[in-house]
Design a protein around this ligand. Structure first.
Ligand code: NAG
Ligand code: NAG
Ligand code: NAG
Ligand code: NAG
Ligand code: NAG
Ligand code: NAG
Ligand code: NAG
Ligand code: NAG
Length: 478
């Protein structure tokens, strides 16, 4: 806050500022970051009425998916600051919107949802499990909600066009049903990778690989230039791309690749548990199924490089340049760089070689974001962080993104990272979650055929043999 003089300043502040006038941030100071996050989170929660009498927890009728962005920000806020102020509202709202079948297809909204809308709620639940946010004593566990989203979405995997892929929208009567897009596919890829790492179950690993392979085979994701397009169209068998550039499309594939890298590296570096697990035939498929740890590192580095080159522009500050300079971002778009900032912070923890370059970028952007929070003499944050001054925009989305970048910067003070079921995570698993939800299935189901199973088994056996040979080589040769 900016005090003018000893007395007049305080009087002015009391009169006009309420709690805070602006956000003064020192990105190298933990308390300063926590204070900044506290201010933006307070402002963000001024737009949330879900805990008031007569209101519905977690409901945002006109923009349902944004509730998940709000709760994601609250999870990060709690994880990185330890402040539990909003935890009860968070817990109740995140549970309430899960619907009767525990898969984030609540009947009030389910008939006009996109796969990406449902997926973001699944990612919020996954984050709750990974940060050890306590399950509620009744209702669905956070992990099972993420599993419910996964189970309902893989049933929508669509091989009727483009050799696979998830459509953007769920129902044929929706605009956008004819598109397959990056956020839906990259989102399910990320969710699969996180479920794989958390649970160790091979089904999630198979799907993560499958979605990645399909994405690379489509115009959505290039594994040479690392361009991430926004969408492609089923009408021409996904021959062309809608190449709009958005941070979160890069961010979601980056995040999934970082989880895959971390998941594989954990196992590759710990030979004894690997040996013990060998007979359970779960964790090896990744390395036999065409994708090695070094390939995931290549993917992380490539996507990171592309993200930095494309979106950290003026002053090295993150920007969704498809809408910010023209000042025509819609509410969704204002959230993209905040989500991406959170994923970058997690990437820094999961892939240690990326840490230094990511933190430098997050700090520059965090400082600029804080400089944008001088609106209305009460710390209101704007959209165009690269202007380093308030740009006159105001809303829940602005405050969510500000919270995202401030909490992302706190990763330098807490590198605990996401837990798994073997490293302290205790959210209850339900591998068949959501499968009773007959209302969520829009198309044909794909089933694993006997041939696929035999193929996977053969690959696994071949890998175990190869692995034993490798270990023998390392022990004898090293
Ligand atoms: C800041 O001031 C604006 C304009 O008066 C108001 O709409 C907004 O709710 C205030 N924010 C907070 C966090 O009080
Ligand atoms: C809703 O939550 C806010 C912030 O946690 C709290 O200040 C307010 O009293 C709550 N309202 C109700 C009706 O519980
Ligand atoms: C980091 O976060 C974890 C998980 O929320 C928490 O248990 C731990 O106390 C935190 N560590 C520090 C140094 O704040
Ligand atoms: C659905 O709408 C009804 C009626 O307004 C409400 O009682 C219920 O809480 C809503 N459910 C969700 C998940 O929003
Ligand atoms: C699970 O872990 C959380 C966070 O550490 C803790 O609050 C909760 O009590 C644990 N639940 C069970 C059933 O152990
Ligand atoms: C890139 O993707 C193509 C097509 O799926 C694949 O054949 C190739 O091996 C991939 N390259 C790398 C380096 O992973
Ligand atoms: C990073 O991007 C630059 C500019 O596009 C490119 O020249 C360079 O080869 C890229 N490096 C990696 C490791 O992908
Ligand atoms: C690239 C590759 O080999 N992918 C295979 C991975 O395993 C699944 C089945 O487990 C196959 O369907 C993929 O073709």
């Amino acid at each position: 806050m900016h005090l003018l003089g000893p007395t007049r300043g305080i009087a002015t502040w009391l009169l006009f500022c309420g709690l805070v006038c602006s956000i003064d941030l020192d990105v190298s100071d933990e308390q300063s970051l926590k204070d900044a996050a506290s201010t933006s989170t307070f402002a963000m929660m001024k737009y949330y009425y879900g805990n008031e009498t007569g209101q519905i927890p977690g409901a945002f009728p006109d923009k349902w998916w944004e509730g998940s962005a709000l709760f994601l920000a609250l999870l990060e806020y709690w994880h990185f600051t330890g402040d539990t102020t909003y935890n009860e509202e968070l817990s109740i709202g995140l549970q309430w919107q899960s619907g009767d079948d525990g898969d984030y297809m609540p009947s009030n909204y389910s008939s006009y949802l996109g796969n990406d809308d449902q997926m973001f709620w699944g990612l919020a639940a996954m984050t709750a499990a990974e940060y050890g946010f306590p399950d509620r004593s009744s209702g669905f566990s956070w992990l099972s909600l993420a599993q419910g989203v996964f189970n309902t979405q893989i049933k929508r995997w669509d091989t009727s066009s483009c050799g696979g892929g998830l459509r953007w929208q769920i129902w044929p009567y929706q605009n956008g049903y004819g598109m397959k897009n990056s956020i839906s596919n990259g989102g399910l890829f990320q969710l699969s990778a996180r479920l794989a790492r958390y649970t160790g179950s091979s089904i999630y690993l198979e799907w993560a690989n499958k979605i990645w392979d399909w994405s690379v085979s489509s115009p959505l994701l290039s594994n040479t230039t690392w361009n991430v397009a926004d969408s492609t169209n089923v009408d021409n068998e996904c021959a062309t791309q809608g190449n709009a550039q958005w941070t979160y499309n890069y961010g979601t594939y980056l995040m999934g690749a970082a989880y895959m890298y971390n998941y594989v590296s954990k196992r590759a570096l710990v030979p004894l548990p690997l040996l013990r697990n060998a007979l359970k035939l779960t964790v090896y498929r990744l390395q036999t199924n065409g994708t090695t740890q070094s390939q995931w590192l290549t993917a992380v580095n490539g996507l990171l490089n592309a993200t930095f080159n494309n979106f950290f522009l003026t002053g090295g500050i993150i920007e969704d340049y498809y809408c910010e300079p023209a000042a025509n971002c819609n509410d969704n778009e204002i959230l993209f760089k905040g989500l991406t900032s959170s994923w970058l912070a997690l990437t820094a923890v999961l892939v240690p070689t990326s840490y230094d370059s990511i933190i430098a970028k997050l700090q520059t952007s965090g400082q600029a974001a804080a400089a944008s929070c001088t609106g209305h003499d009460n710390g209101t944050c704007g959209v165009r962080w690269y202007k380093s001054t308030y740009d006159g925009w105001m809303g829940m989305e602005e405050e969510i993104s500000a919270t995202n970048i401030f909490t992302a910067n706190l990763v330098t003070f807490n590198k605990t990272g996401p837990v798994t079921s073997t490293t302290g995570g205790n959210s209850t698993s339900n591998p068949t979650a959501g499968e009773d939800d007959t209302d969520s299935d829009s198309s044909k189901t794909t089933t694993i055929t006997t041939g696929d199973k035999a193929g996977a088994g053969i690959l696994t056996a071949a890998f175990v043999a190869g692995w034993i040979a490798l270990m023998a080589f390392m022990v004898l040769g090293g």
